[in-house]
Design a protein around this ligand. Structure first.
Ligand code: CAO
Length: 424
């Protein structure tokens, strides 16, 4: 038994934000039917291709555990099939450019007519307002959501982050909206629209930076390095380098080997509760009683000096040794792990966060499994579907088309070349 067993998702998503959402729902047991343009499919299938002729990692890593139907939703027969799918499914998820669904003839009003219980879940770049018609990709959302202006160093330009908070982050927000709407529908019998704008999702993830924006009125942000460096604050939350976003000061510090290894670094947090232990471990027991370091507040103007001394110590150890020494002392530290180290991590493989998947075109590839673990709904990661792999299966098993009806749909050109898809 899987948590979302019996829930049918009409997955009209593409690229990253929508597909990450429906992939999660598939991992929780929903039947996810991905609708793709005949002969083309999700654009990511053929983007950043590493194995010629095979679906890209971009596609395969975002579309596990789904079924694929090729369907031209602009062709009359295709619209009929889509109407049947809307009748049959519980949730329709889409992240087209604004207005695309309306242009296909499937407005919210029409969808409700077809299936009043339908939950229509959408990712858009912006919510209602002056930018609602804009197409948006990841980095635009990071910039418009406050992440870029608060990321990077004070003396450098705004920076985007490697974490796909605009796309995958919004996918997570949307997934929560969908299961919440499903929960409500179970009680009311009514569907609803769920909207997750990417800008809003990023703003939500930048909540503490908006906290700091308001704290500026009360004076300088003392836990920011620039306070100790005597640099004045402007009228907006500044970029804070690697400063910790909370009340416990932290920095990224060099470790042994940093000259040659770009990731030989550790994050080190000078949590107040373990200050004495930090002083002992770095060989500065005198700091425990030094007047200028006596309280967390008193230490704030001296963060540069404190972290420089801690770094003298971390530079004598590997990032893993720092972890091994500090962890038993309850000093919060964390190695800077490279993507290579993460993919090779035995522990992450055991928990299913890093998985190996078999694919008929690619062979074996490594992927990221489900990051959320439900004790009563285990996840088995299966490969992404080939384009149109399940077209016939969905038409016959899900929609109940008989042989004659099936032949008509195929003849109309609404579903692409089913023989080719079957042969593959
Ligand atoms: N059959 C027929 N037509 C189909 C179809 C199908 N199965 N699937 C899609 N189409 C059509 C759409 O109807 C649309 O046609 P119109 O422009 O005539 O209405 C067209 O394909 C292209 O859709 P699109 O505009 O969504 O795609 P794009 O590549 O031009 O834009 C993106 C991509 C991501 C910028 C845009 O979809 C968007 O802004 N989405 C919302 C925000 C979002 O999710 N962004 C993150 C994406 S991940 O980085």
């Amino acid at each position: 038994m899987k948590a979302l067993e019996g829930v049918k998702i009409l997955d009209f998503t593409h690229v990253q934000s929508g597909p990450t959402c429906t992939q999660l729902l598939a991992w929780f047991g929903a039947d996810v039917i991905k609708v793709e343009r005949p002969g083309v499919g999700d654009a990511t299938r053929k983007q950043l291709v590493d194995v010629p002729g095979a679906d890209s990692l971009y596609f395969t890593m975002l579309n596990h555990n789904k079924r694929s139907i090729e369907l031209n939703s602009k062709n009359e027969t295709g619209k009929e099939v889509l109407t049947r799918l809307i009748e049959t499914c519980d949730v329709m998820v889409e992240n087209f450019a604004p207005g695309a669904l309306d242009r296909m003839g499937f407005t919210w009003e029409r969808i409700q007519e077809i299936n009043p219980k339908m939950i229509l879940a959408s990712v858009k770049g912006f919510g209602p307002g002056k930018y609602e018609d804009c197409k948006v990709y990841e980095n635009v959302a990071q910039c418009a959501g406050g992440a870029a202006s608060t990321t990077g160093f004070l003396d450098g330009p705004p920076l985007v982050t490697g974490a796909q908070i605009g796309d995958s982050g919004t996918g997570l927000h949307l997934a929560l909206g969908i299961v919440t709407a499903l929960y409500q529908a179970a009680k009311t019998g009514k569907g609803q629209k769920v909207l997750a704008p990417m800008q809003d999702g990023v703003i939500n993830l930048c909540r503490v930076k908006l906290r700091d924006q308001q704290r500026l009125k009360a004076g300088p942000l003392k836990e920011y390095s620039q306070y100790g460096e005597g640099i004045e604050f402007g009228d907006a939350t500044p970029r804070a380098g690697n400063d910790s976003g909370g009340g416990q000061p932290g920095r990224i510090l060099k470790c042994k080997g940093w000259h040659d290894d770009p990731n030989a670094y550790t994050y080190f947090i000078t949590q107040a509760a373990v200050w004495d232990k930090i002083c002992d471990v770095i060989g500065e027991p005198g700091w425990k009683t030094a007047e200028e370091f006596a309280t967390p507040e008193k230490r704030l103007p001296h963060l540069d000096a404190i972290f420089a001394r801690i770094e003298d110590w971390t530079m004598t150890k590997s990032k893993y040794e720092v972890m091994e020494i500090c962890n038993p002392l309850n000093i919060p530290v964390g190695p800077i792990l490279s993507t290579k180290e993460i993919m090779e991590d035995e522990g992450l493989r055991k928990t299913g966060t890093i998985v190996e998947v078999e694919h008929p075109e690619r062979g074996t590839y490594v992927s990221v499994g489900c990051p959320i673990k439900l004790s009563e709904s285990p996840v088995e990661v299966t490969r992404s579907p080939l384009l149109g792999e399940h077209t016939v299966e969905i038409l016959s098993e899900v929609l109940g088309y008989d042989g004659e009806e099936l032949a008509k749909v195929v003849e109309s050109g609404a579903v692409g070349d089913v023989n080719k898809a079957a042969a593959e």
